[in-house]
Design a binder for this molecule. Structure first.
Ligand SMILES: [Zn+2]
Length: 139
C-alpha cells in the first residue's frame, strides 16, 4: 500500500482517506487512543460527529450527507500534532472544518496523514455507521 493515501478520489478529503494506516508504529498509537463524549448532531446538509480523545482533545469529523467510505468529510482536532503537522495537508484536500484557525498554513510541516485522534475517530464513526444512519433517519 502506498504511504500517501490522501485524496483518493478527487479534490476532496473522504472518510476512506482517514481509515487506513499503512505504518505499523502509527497503527499501535492509533489503537491506544481513547474516545469519550461521542456526539452526533445532524443538520440539514451534514452529519457532525465530535468527541473528546485521550480525555483532552476536541476531535471533530463532519460528513456530507452519508456515512460510508466515500463520504466527503472535513475534520479538526485541537492537538498540537494536527495544528503543526497535518492541518496543511488536510487543507490542501479542502478538509478543514475551521480553516480560519490555521492562518499560517504554508509555514507548517506537511505530513500525509491526519493526527492519530482523527484516524481513531474516523474508524470509530465508520464502525458505528448503522447507529449514525439511524440518527440521520430520525430527522
Ligand atoms: Zn489530534
Amino acid at each position: 500500500m502506498k504511504g500517501n493515501n490522501f485524496c483518493t478520489g478527487g479534490i476532496f478529503l473522504k472518510l476512506m482517506d482517514l481509515l487506513t494506516i499503512s505504518d505499523i508504529v502509527r497503527q499501535k498509537r492509533v489503537l491506544a487512543v481513547t474516545i469519550s463524549n461521542f456526539k452526533v448532531d445532524v443538520s440539514e446538509d451534514s452529519i457532525n460527529c465530535n468527541c473528546v480523545s485521550n480525555r483532552q482533545y476536541m476531535t471533530e469529523i463532519k460528513l456530507l450527507n452519508i456515512v460510508n467510505p466515500q463520504a466527503i468529510c472535513f475534520c479538526d482536532c485541537t492537538c498540537k500534532s494536527f495544528m503543526f503537522e497535518y492541518a496543511n495537508t488536510i487543507h490542501k484536500n479542502n478538509g478543514l472544518i475551521y480553516p480560519d484557525r490555521y492562518p499560517d498554513l504554508a509555514a507548517k510541516n506537511k505530513h500525509n496523514f491526519g493526527c492519530k485522534h482523527i484516524i481513531k475517530f474516523a474508524q470509530y464513526i465508520y464502525h458505528r455507521s448503522t447507529l449514525i444512519k439511524r440518527e440521520v433517519n430520525k430527522k
